[in-house]
Ligand binder design. Structure first.
Ligand SMILES: [Zn+2]
Length: 291
């Protein structure tokens, strides 16, 4: 009898061990989509570094380079200049921007990329870039992605300098490679998926974003199929086999920063969602008079 009880207890223990292992397995697989401890800590470090950078400014020489190179510079309202500079300083301190081709003006490129990436999150936390570990700059073609001008995964950005410099000076053409690729990074950050929903599936806004993306994707496709021009460029309509629409958020982001008024008029819901998400209102930005 005692032997039977011992057997039952052993059986229960084995069952419990299996139950625990399978539960933790499920947790692990669903957790692969959210922050690991390392990226969570990195986010905290980045956010504290931004607090440390409070009140710091770029040098006059750096500001002159940005004024010369970045078309959007003269549109940025005065009240964003301090948070922007603090983020650029933090970005330059914490991210390594690697020139992958010989002869590139590395320092100038570093500053431009840091400035545009920081403009995207000028009213958001630095932790948006917690997963980012590599930024590679190529003179023209990107090794392994010869057809692309830029690529983004959750951890890595590749940019073609040849293409970047064609558009960086034009602040109103709706094309901005750096903003585009870093917007993908933000879209990836919450859940490891780029589907134009920059918030996690647990967020109360997730459903709203999901409906917005589907609705606006239809509008965009209809506009281009009808031969019309549209504030979000046609590439925003790209759809994966799985049905994800990864380009709408990135193309929409370039339009938001560079064609804010038009986006607000044509796609008021997208404009409003981005205004809330990025915490800025580019449709109301006015170009500063040349000095
Ligand atoms: Zn893209």
């Amino acid at each position: 009898m005692e032997f039977e009880i011992i057997l039952i207890i052993i059986g229960m223990l084995i069952a419990l061990i299996f139950l625990y292992r399978s539960t933790s397995g499920i947790q692990r697989s669903s957790n692969s989509n959210v922050d690991t401890e390392t990226s969570f800590n990195r986010g905290r470090v980045l956010n504290s570094a931004l607090v440390e950078a409070k009140g710091k400014s770029l040098t006059n020489e750096q500001i002159e380079i940005l004024q010369d190179e970045i078309g959007l510079f003269s549109w940025i309202p005065n009240d964003l200049l301090d948070p922007w500079q603090e983020r650029i300083i933090t970005f330059l301190d914490y991210f390594n921007i690697r020139p992958m081709s010989p002869g590139l003006p590395a320092e100038r490129i570093e500053l431009i990329v840091a400035a545009e990436a920081s403009l995207l999150i000028v009213q958001r936390p630095m932790a948006d870039y917690r997963h980012l570990s590599r930024i590679n700059i190529w003179a023209d073609k990107i090794d392994g992605h010869e057809e692309a001008r830029g690529t983004a995964t959750r951890n890595e950005i590749n940019l073609s300098w040849h293409y970047l410099k064609q558009h960086v000076g034009k602040g109103r053409d709706g094309h901005n490679l750096t903003l585009h690729e870093f917007a993908h990074l933000i879209d990836f950050a919450d859940d490891g998926v780029a589907q134009s929903i920059p918030v996690s599936s647990h967020s109360e806004n997730f459903k709203e974003w999901q409906e917005l993306v589907n609705e606006e994707h239809k509008k965009l496709m209809k506009a281009y199929e009808g031969g019309k021009n549209y504030s979000i460029r046609a590439y925003g309509g790209y759809e994966t086999i799985k049905g994800d629409k990864p380009e709408l958020f990135s193309c929409g982001t370039s339009a938001f920063f560079e064609r804010g008024s038009r986006l607000k008029r044509e796609c008021p819901k997208v404009y409003q969602a981005m205004k809330e998400f990025y915490g800025i209102d580019p449709a109301n930005w006015r170009k500063a008079k040349a000095k």
